[in-house]
Design a protein around this ligand. Structure first.
Ligand code: ZN
Length: 331
């Protein structure tokens, strides 16, 4: 849609007497990633809606950090990132700026100088009618499919999710601006300090899928030995295969959004329903952006019985289960 077209619609609206409606001026955002929220990607961080040195997401929750100016759509592992996840234009517009050629590699916030001035990594900025802009960061090196001046349609492929710039894990950092100022697409125009107010800029059909999730399991599955963060990053999304001869049977989860005081438990039951292994962690002393927990047992002399092994991951607060995830392994 060209800016001229938008102006002419506004003029018609003015003539009909309903100009000035906030809705008519707001951008409507489509999904900026070609993955399924809660299945193949997760929102790790929202915009920091707190102007002070502390931080707060739009629900007054913990899923952000100080001065974070976008929404982070995280894919569960490097293996998934390498398989290729598209970054998509969230709305129609014209490409304003692009950057490509920044190598993919994880950089911690304590090693910022490595990525100074290229914190966004490989990225795209799109200008939309009415003073809106969207920006897409940390894309894969060499994956950009657009150039400045290109007209793009909502849903058009811009490139792929990568690991370029200031990022510790594969994700799309997605920023929305209105007249140059950062906007939280989940809470546009929210009153300062309010929780859950403001308007969603997402297409109505997307809002249920994008509903706020306080906690999520990014990875969960079974392995034949103790997991590490590296193994989880490189494994298939459901973990390594386990056979009847595996030296150990281990269930693991990597969860995001855990809060101080959360008590996690992981229990594995054998095909007969008997507890095979259990791990009950101490209450967390601080919020955790991500946390790995596992439980397991060494192989019995005669190998593992065939059947279905079930693992249950729970998070409790004050004796109440506030999150639960079931995992199954058929041997
Ligand atoms: Zn981010």
């Amino acid at each position: 849609m060209s800016p001229g077209f938008t102006r002419s619609v506004a003029a018609i609206a003015a003539a009909m007497g309903f100009a000035g409606s906030a809705c008519a001026e707001n951008i409507e955002l489509g999904m900026p990633v070609g993955c399924e929220i809660g299945q193949t990607c997760y929102i790790q961080n929202y915009v920091d809606d707190d102007p002070s040195p502390s931080s707060r997401d739009y629900k007054c929750g913990t899923l952000t950090y100080d001065a974070h100016n976008g929404t982070d759509f995280r894919v569960p592992s490097l293996a998934v990132q390498k398989s290729g996840v598209d970054v998509l234009a969230s709305a129609s517009g014209r490409v304003l700026r692009t950057r490509d050629g920044v190598p993919d590699g994880a950089f911690s916030r304590t090693a910022r100088e490595v990525v100074r001035d290229v914190e966004c990594g490989n990225g795209v900025v799109i200008e939309h009618p009415g003073g809106w802009e969207t920006q897409y960061c940390h894309m894969a090196n060499g994956s950009l499919a657009v150039k400045p001046g290109d007209d793009v349609a909502r849903g058009q492929r811009l490139g792929r999710i990568g690991l370029s710039g200031l990022t510790e894990y594969p994700h799309l950092h997605f920023t929305v601006r209105y007249k140059g100022a950062t906007v939280d697409p989940f809470a546009y125009g929210a009153a300062p300090g309010s929780c859950g107010s403001g308007e969603s800029l997402w297409q109505p059909a997307l809002r249920a899928r994008l509903a706020y999730q306080e906690r999520a399991v990014l990875n969960g599955g079974f392995m034949s030995g103790p997991p590490t963060m590296e193994l989880i990053e490189e494994a298939s999304p459901n973990g390594q295969s386990v056979s009847a001869d595996s030296p150990a049977l281990v269930a693991f989860v990597r969860a995001i959004g855990l809060k101080a005081g959360d008590t996690q438990g992981l229990v594995i039951k054998d095909p007969q329903g008997q507890v095979l292994a259990e791990n009950r962690a101490a209450p967390l002393e601080s919020n955790k952006a991500q946390y790995m927990l596992f439980a397991g047992k060494k192989r019995p002399p005669n190998g593992w019985n065939h059947g279905t092994y079930k693992a249950t991951y729970t998070v409790e607060r004050a004796g109440q289960v506030v999150f639960e995830k079931q995992l199954e392994l058929a041997l």
